[in-house]
Ligand binder design. Structure first.
Ligand code: COA
Length: 381
């Protein structure tokens, strides 16, 4: 068998293809993202999350009848098992909602089939996970405030229903559409760390709930989906646009990570960032201004000026937090909201991979000792 040579080792697997896929495509030098061949800009403008989820999962845009059926299917399985809500009531109230989500998703494996060899069951698992992740996130948010979880309402859209379960009231159209667009923008993004985590986990033919629990853990890290939370913290610390230049220069000098900037694939502006930025102005007109937006614009200007030529530009996480913040979503729910969207992408890759699965089992370049003599414990120094 061929063995990897030293020069084959590529840290972080940067640029190494790990699959063939027909789900999404990034041109990182031109700042282009397409889902199943459709530009992200057009999907964000013209689609709903349900439509985009159908596209990502099934490969084609649905016709009216297919979409209605899919929407009804999702709406019908939004409610989570009551026992999972009971388990959630035992979580520490101060737990991070990503840990709560990961535990909740893993608990779904207690109740539903774990096999992955039946197409109909696999389709049901996809729908159940897309439909129930929002319910899990909203339920824990209510429970940690000492409230009862709000039951989903099947007549609301995916976006409106999540905000209804979170806040106890249905959102106004501007907020619903803004959230819907944010969900579309985060739905799928080639072989990012959480998607790859899902692929590695499911390559053992693990159950879909364990697979998604692993992906949720991966998404939560600050170098991946967890960056959106860190961006808001960073902007709050910088406090005013006048402080931005000195703060960014200090971070660069001290080799600190500027969250929301840089991307493994994009060496120019992430195409999702300007769309998210464009969602903020109508929210400000409706709900009032926020100093965070002015700080962000100045941080972007300075960071691009200093780092742009090195290929470090705003990514999807740079403006998403301000959008969520203006909509009243708490900072520690930003990453769970990312998962609420990305679940469709994870399941699309899961389904695609199951059709031609091969266990992921890479190799290593061994750098440890050769043979050593075992010394009994009493004789060790
Ligand atoms: N702030 C400051 N410097 C950054 C940076 C950032 N956000 N992103 C990359 N760099 C610098 C690194 O310090 C490194 O510099 P060096 O060559 O002098 O050591 C160089 O750019 C390459 O960075 P590296 O981390 O090796 O690239 P990567 O492809 O592995 O990293 C990210 C991609 C996303 C991990 C990285 O850009 C990052 O940490 N971004 C911030 C976190 C974030 O927003 N994540 C969400 C991504 S959607």
């Amino acid at each position: 068998m061929a063995r990897a040579m030293e020069h084959d080792f590529i840290p972080g697997l940067a640029g190494v293809p790990v699959t063939r896929s027909a789900i999404s495509h990034i041109d990182g030098h031109r700042g282009i993202l397409k889902l199943r061949g459709y530009a992200i800009e057009e999907l964000a403008e013209k689609s709903t999350y349900e439509e985009a989820a159908y596209l990502v999962l099934k490969g084609e845009l649905p016709n009216k009848r297919q979409l209605e059926r899919f929407e009804a299917e999702l709406a019908a399985c939004r409610a989570v098992e009551p026992a999972i809500l009971d388990i959630m009531k035992l979580y520490p109230k101060a737990a991070h909602p990503m840990s709560a989500l990961q535990t909740g998703v893993a608990a779904m494996g207690l109740f539903y089939p774990r096999r992955v060899d039946d197409e109909e069951l696999n389709h049901e698992a996809c729908c159940r996970l897309v439909a129930q992740l929002p319910t899990l996130v909203a339920a824990f948010h209510n429970i940690r405030q000492g409230k009862e979880p709000v039951a989903p309402r099947p007549e609301l859209t995916h976006a409106a229903n999540f905000l209804y379960m979170l806040n106890g009231e249905a959102p106004e159209p501007l907020v619903e559409r803004t959230f819907d667009v944010s969900l579309i923008l985060h739905i799928e993004h080639t072989i990012n760390a959480s998607t790859f985590t899902a692929m590695v986990t499911s390559s053992t033919l693990a159950d879909p709930y364990g697979t998604v629990a692993a992906a949720v853990a991966s998404l939560g890290g600050p170098l991946h989906g967890g960056a959106n939370e860190r961006v808001l913290q960073m902007l709050s610390e910088i406090r005013s646009p006048e402080n931005a230049e000195a703060a960014i220069d200090r971070k660069i000098a001290e080799k600190e990570v500027i969250f929301g900037m840089g991307h493994r694939e994009y060496k120019t502006m992430d195409p999702r960032a300007p769309i998210l930025k464009g969602l903020i102005k109508p929210l400000i007109d409706r709900f009032g201004s926020t100093p965070l937006y002015d700080v962000a614009v100045e941080v972007e200007r300075v960071a691009v000026n200093r780092l742009g030529e090195r290929g470090i530009w705003p990514n999807v996480d740079f403006y998403s937090g301000i959008v969520y913040d203006r909509m009243g979503i708490p900072t520690d729910l930003f990453t769970p909201v990312f998962a609420v969207s990305r679940i469709a992408g994870w399941m699309a890759h899961w389904s695609e991979q199951l059709a031609h699965n091969r266990l992921f089992r890479p190799t290593q370049i061994y750098e440890g000792h050769d043979s050593r003599e075992y010394v009994p414990i009493d004789l060790r120094g």
